[in-house]
Design a protein around this ligand. Structure first.
Ligand code: ZN
Length: 388
């Protein structure tokens, strides 16, 4: 094995319940006086955003809100945000929300200082070197879900609406300068979204843990991230106001996204094109796909999964024990067992298989999978056939 890797853990995170009131001080730290608060339209209507605006206003900061973005954001959403930023004469971005709002906020902060179109910064080859770094606006990320971990990531997933493709826009300077991780802000998340985003966090840790690349730091982070989800996701779903459970889940989400620089895998390779074509919730797609991909990968991951099962404390610390725990957890959380149940048609299997093979997450899968393999997993996940 070649002991070589690029390791990045640079985010400054202010973690803890009640720390939302520190938002104005964080703006001051970054020299932001007139922020654009980027969030989604659902959140914009909730008292949470009003509270953050009140904190800013009391400190003499005038902020405007941009919330015109889709749950699976497209290029136009970023363009509209860039226009709002420029028209309002803003000097920084506060991105508040789940993955969509955080991704759009980070992309707006990138694009306010560039002359090229967004797609020129797709994470391919050395495209990222085209970025005018001096033009990137400072960003504070404020997660309100515990799942994507976009607050500690250096990329945004934006759909190219012409090609129906989820495109990774990447630059190291897209990493938010500061993260405000206040678990109380996640307490309002409804049960079904707590469940879906929580499983997304779990899958980030799991796929990172199973990816073949050399990154022992990520390996340790991923293992503990899985344990936190095992211990706390049900509690967070059963009582949304359990701040201790919310705290551990927010941490697990941050851990998943720091770990997955080691790589993701087949679950995400399939979930990305499924999201781009069917507008499926990302966490939900992952939650449904997970057992089918695990079974396919079994020959390559059985030993690692057994180690993980031991660490998180399963009574049956075997591959089968791990698999049945996941199936039970999914059922308890009310997550569907098949893609068909959420309205996805098996007739698209071939197209999804080809797109999954082209997805960057494919490179981290522990087994080499072909487009046909992906199509077969997709069909199995539509039909609910877990064992061939
Ligand atoms: Zn994910």
């Amino acid at each position: 094995m070649q002991l070589k890797g690029n390791w990045n853990y640079p985010t400054a995170i202010r973690f803890g319940a009640g720390r939302a009131s520190e938002l104005p001080a964080m703006c001051a730290e970054l020299g932001i006086k007139h922020p654009l608060l980027v969030t989604d339209s659902g959140l914009a209507k909730l008292p949470l955003i009003g509270r953050l605006l009140d904190y800013l206003q009391s400190a003499g900061l005038s902020a405007a809100v941009f919330s015109d973005l889709r749950p699976n954001p497209v290029g136009r959403d970023v363009d509209a945000g860039v226009a709002a930023y420029k028209e309002g004469g803003h000097d920084g971005v506060i991105a508040v929300g789940g993955g969509s709002a955080l991704d759009v906020g980070k992309a707006i902060a990138l694009m306010v200082g560039q002359d090229r179109p967004l797609w020129d910064f797709e994470d391919v080859g050395d495209n990222w070197t085209r970025v005018n770094v001096a033009g990137v606006a400072p960003t504070i990320a404020v997660p309100t879900t515990a799942g994507t971990g976009s607050e500690v990531g250096r990329a945004s997933l934006i759909i190219d609406e012409n090609g129906h493709r989820k495109v990774i826009i990447f630059h190291p300077a897209m990493l938010p300068k500061l993260v405000l991780a206040d678990p109380e802000l996640t307490c309002g998340l409804p049960r079904h979204l707590t469940a879906a985003t929580g499983i997304d966090a779990f899958v980030h840790n799991l796929e990172a843990f199973c990816s073949p690349f050399y990154h022992p730091i990520a390996q340790g982070v991923a293992l503990e991230g899985m344990r936190l989800v095992h211990d706390w996701l049900e509690a967070a779903c059963d009582n949304g106001n359990n701040v201790e459970a919310r705290s551990h889940m927010l941490t697990a989400s941050i851990m998943g996204a720091t770990a997955f620089q080691k790589g993701l895998g087949g679950v995400h390779a399939l979930a990305h094109p499924i999201g781009a074509h069917f507008d499926t919730h990302h966490g939900l797609a992952n939650a449904i796909l997970l057992p089918y991909v695990l079974v396919k990968n079994r020959p390559a991951i059985a030993e690692r999964i057994t180690a993980a099962a031991r660490y998180i404390g399963l009574a049956d610390a075997s591959f089968n024990g791990f698999l049945s725990w996941i199936l039970q957890l999914r059922a308890k959380l009310g997550i569907a067992h098949t893609l068909t149940e959420i309205g996805i048609s098996i007739s698209q299997a071939e197209m999804i298989g080809i797109a999954a093979k082209q997805d960057p997450s494919d490179g981290g899968n522990p087994l080499p999978l072909s487009a046909d393999d992906y199509a077969a997993i997709f069909r199995a996940a539509c039909e609910g056939k877990l064992h061939g």
